[in-house]
Design a protein around this ligand. Structure first.
Ligand code: MRU
Length: 352
């Protein structure tokens, strides 16, 4: 029989890096679930676009993509002197960091990369600094794999046989370097032999729940039911949801949490119907420098994402649209944070 480790290792990956050739690849998530296309990333503008267009997406995954993206942007410039090379490190890191504002993991990972350059001994060569940056990018990636595994192990304890477990958007393997955050407990619980039903909200406007979460879970063999977003509260009223687990893009010091638009209404409905509502995230998503959700910058995206679905126009082309990509859930609606260090319960204080 296949081991639990082998089953978990077969879950698809958002990105990969070949350290022998310094080549960086992403699975283009905009083409899922109908096509599985892996695209090599060869320059910084392409990586910026891949993040902006959500070809690679999810807070931890864009952090890792930022680190590798910065690395490959420097590959052709190893003949520069140290000053010029370091100036390029800063310039390209700032540029990549401007691709999406809400997920803190992107700036966190880029800050780690820039920190390596800033602290590198001045007498060492540019080539040696480049090698140190490669090591740092790979360390960011590798630690995320282990972090996801731990989140899975801790979170799986919350899932009981026969439960209905709801999620929103995609905080699965394709949003991270490993087996996901919100989906990791489901993968681990299922691999441990627990049987439950997952409910995946489709997640308008870009349908990450329909296109990616239901694809990931179904592929693994998990009993998953796709619902239109508007079904969630009725499903809770019917008593079919025992637990909600979603991911996070940025957690403020007081526990207020930015995540995909629609998260806050799920949490409010969950409180009404007595369903425990959990956030699964690594510590790299917690931002001790943002005191409350009030200070979190929520990305607003273009009208076309709402007016068109997969290229098909569904509303007047010139209609006014409000399209925030995220919302902020109040900390007092959150039963706990499932992290690599265990489940953190209220009261929350993530101050530095
Ligand atoms: O706009 P997206 O698809 O990048 O939004 C992703 C989410 O909101 C995820 O829940 C979050 O990034 C956590 S991913 C582990």
């Amino acid at each position: 029989m296949e081991t639990k480790e082998a089953r978990l290792a077969a879950i698809p990956k958002a990105l990969s890096f070949d350290p022998a050739s310094d080549r960086f690849f992403i699975l283009d998530q905009t083409r899922l679930p109908t096509e599985e296309v892996v695209v090599e990333q060869t320059d910084v503008e392409q990586v910026y676009d891949s993040i902006y267009q959500l070809k690679v997406r999810g807070a931890p995954a864009i952090g890792i993509a930022g680190a590798y993206g910065l690395l490959i942007s420097l590959k052709k410039h190893r003949d520069l002197d140290r000053d010029a090379f370091e100036a390029l490190v800063h310039k390209n890191a700032d540029y990549l960091n401007s691709s999406r504002p809400t997920a803190v993991n992107l700036s966190w990972a880029l800050r780690r990369m820039v920190g390596v350059a800033d602290a590198f001994p001045p007498e060492e060569s540019t080539e040696a600094l480049y090698a140190a940056l490669r090591t740092e990018a790979m360390a960011i990636h590798e630690s995320d794999i282990e972090t996801c595994r731990l989140i899975g192990e801790h979170g799986a304890k919350l899932i009981e046989e026969g439960n209905g477990v709801m999620t929103l958007c995609n905080a699965g393997a394709l949003a991270t370097g490993g087996i996901g955050t919100a989906l990791a407990p489901m993968y681990v619980a299922w691999a441990d032999g627990k049987r439950f039903r997952a409910y995946s909200n489709e997640t308008r406007p870009l349908l990450q729940g329909a296109r990616i979460t239901s694809w990931e879970l179904h592929r693994f063999g998990i009993d998953v039911t796709l619902i239109a977003d508007s079904v969630a509260s009725y499903l809770m009223k019917l008593g079919r949801v025992d637990l909600i687990i979603v991911g996070a893009d940025r957690v403020a010091a007081n526990g207020d949490t930015a995540n995909k638009i629609g998260t806050s209404s799920l949490a409010i409905n969950a409180r009404h119907y007595g369903v425990p509502f959990y956030i699964a995230c690594p510590y790299s998503t917690i931002d001790p420098h943002t005191p409350t959700g009030e200070e979190i910058v929520v990305e607003e995206r273009g009208a076309d994402e709402v007016i068109y679905v997969k290229g098909q126009q569904i509303a007047p082309a010139d209609i006014q649209v409000f399209n925030p990509a995220f919302d902020v859930t109040d900390h007092d609606l959150i039963a706990g944070f499932i992290t690599e260090k265990g489940i953190i319960r209220p009261p929350y204080n993530f101050s530095a």
